[in-house]
Design a protein around this ligand. Structure first.
Ligand SMILES: [Zn+2]
Ligand SMILES: [Zn+2]
Length: 186
């Protein structure tokens, strides 16, 4: 699931590398004004690895509209990223550099369950991105979420956005599962 993303500023040419999609390990992507970087915040720490700040749920960067699939593919015009944290002279753009193995998320049951009842950006984007797949193939949401070791949310999530690369990955993964066991998610 996870993808490795490179940010880039057109003005100063600098950028950062971070991951998206692994909600079992990361709360999400945070634009740290102290470190002048985009960083992943680990679930085990909850703090910026550079400066130790602990972002609130609403402070994470919602990348869903701005990050394309591999090769820059996107079904919609990409939204601009945040202002460059180093020079402030341009908004950041994102390159999707690599797709990492989905198994690292799917099989991380113990870490997944420690996040039950918690709403945060990375998990909200993942949940939202599963919804169009469930609708397209008429899957049972409870069974799909159980497969990913997710709880069904009982309140609105921190974001309603779908990430195209994460949606595509969930779609491919579930379709492959269904080839082997067609009624698995009915
Ligand atoms: Zn810059
Ligand atoms: Zn920091």
């Amino acid at each position: 699931m996870p993808y490795q993303i490179q940010s880039r500023c057109a003005a100063c040419q600098q950028g950062d590398i971070f991951l998206i999609g692994d909600w079992t390990r990361y709360y999400g992507v945070y634009a740290c004004a102290t470190c002048h970087k985009l960083v992943n915040i680990a679930v085990t720490e909850g703090t910026c690895p550079g400066c130790g700040v602990r972002p609130a749920v609403a402070d994470y960067y919602d990348y869903a509209a701005s990050i394309p699939y591999l090769g820059g593919q996107s079904p919609h015009k990409l939204a601009p990223g945040p202002d460059c944290l180093r020079c402030g002279q341009a908004t950041l753009t994102f390159e999707n550099q690599a797709h990492l193995n989905m198994g690292s998320v799917v099989h991380n049951e113990a870490d997944a369950k420690t996040t039950w009842g918690m709403d945060y950006m990375e998990k909200a984007i993942f949940m939202n991105s599963a919804v169009p797949v469930m609708q397209e193939f008429n899957l049972n949401p409870a069974k799909v979420f159980a497969y990913f070791h997710l709880h069904l949310p009982d309140a609105p999530l921190v974001t309603r956005r779908v990430s195209y690369p994460i949606y595509l990955d969930i779609r491919t993964h579930l379709m492959t599962k269904r080839l082997m066991q067609p009624d698995q998610f009915q």
